[in-house]
Design a protein around this ligand. Structure first.
Ligand SMILES: [Fe+2]
Length: 169
C-alpha cells in the first residue's frame, strides 16, 4: 500500500470530516519531514507515515458513539478500526502491529519507545498546538518536556515564536 493510497482511503471514508482530513494531512506532512530530517531508515519512515495518516482513525466513530473522542477510548478502540482498514491490503503484519501500537500510544507522553513514536507525538503536538491556538507558555512548557528530536525542537521553537508574535498583536 502506498502512502497516497492510505491517504485516499481516509479521504474516501464518509466518516471523516474536512477537519479530520486536514488534520491528518498536516500531521503526516510534518511527521514525514521530521522523519526524513532525522534520517529514519526506509521501513521506519514508511511505518511512521502510515501511522500519521491513520493516527486519529477512531475519532469519528467515537464522536458518533460517545459524542467525544478522549485519548483513553482512542487507545482502546483504534486497533479494531486499523485492522479493518488494512485488511485486504499488502501491508505486512509486522507493520500493522507497529502502526497499532503507535496509534494507541500517541496520547501517552511517557515511556516513549522508538523514534517513530517520538516523531508521531511531536508532529501531532505541533499541529494541535497551532490548530487550537494554545497559549505560547503552555506550548513551551509541555513541548520542552516532550520533544527530543532536533528537527522537532526546531519546529517547536519556531511555533512558540509565532504564537508569541500573535499574542502581542
Ligand atoms: Fe491528531
Amino acid at each position: 500500500m502506498r502512502i497516497s493510497d492510505a491517504i485516499a482511503k481516509m479521504i474516501d471514508s464518509p466518516h471523516n470530516s474536512v477537519h479530520d482530513i486536514e488534520h491528518l494531512l498536516k500531521v503526516h506532512s510534518l511527521a514525514r519531514c521530521i522523519g526524513q530530517l532525522e534520517g529514519l531508515d526506509e521501513q521506519t519512515l514508511y511505518t511512521l507515515e502510515l501511522a500519521a495518516v491513520v493516527h486519529d482513525i477512531s475519532c469519528p466513530y467515537l464522536r458518533e458513539k460517545y459524542h467525544s473522542a478522549p485519548g483513553e477510548l482512542q487507545e482502546k478502540e483504534s486497533c479494531g478500526y486499523l485492522r479493518e482498514f488494512f485488511s485486504g491490503t499488502d501491508v505486512a503484519e509486522e507493520i500493522v502491529q507497529r502502526v497499532c501500537l503507535l496509534v494507541s500510544r500517541h496520547h501517552t507522553y511517557h515511556d516513549i519507545e522508538g523514534q517513530d513514536l517520538q516523531i508521531l507525538l511531536e508532529a501531532d503536538f505541533l499541529v494541535v498546538a497551532a490548530e487550537k491556538h494554545l497559549p505560547p507558555s503552555t506550548v513551551e512548557n509541555q513541548g520542552h518536556k516532550l520533544f527530543k528530536t532536533s528537527a522537532g525542537l526546531r519546529f517547536l521553537n519556531n511555533l512558540i515564536l509565532q504564537l508569541n508574535l500573535n499574542t502581542q498583536e
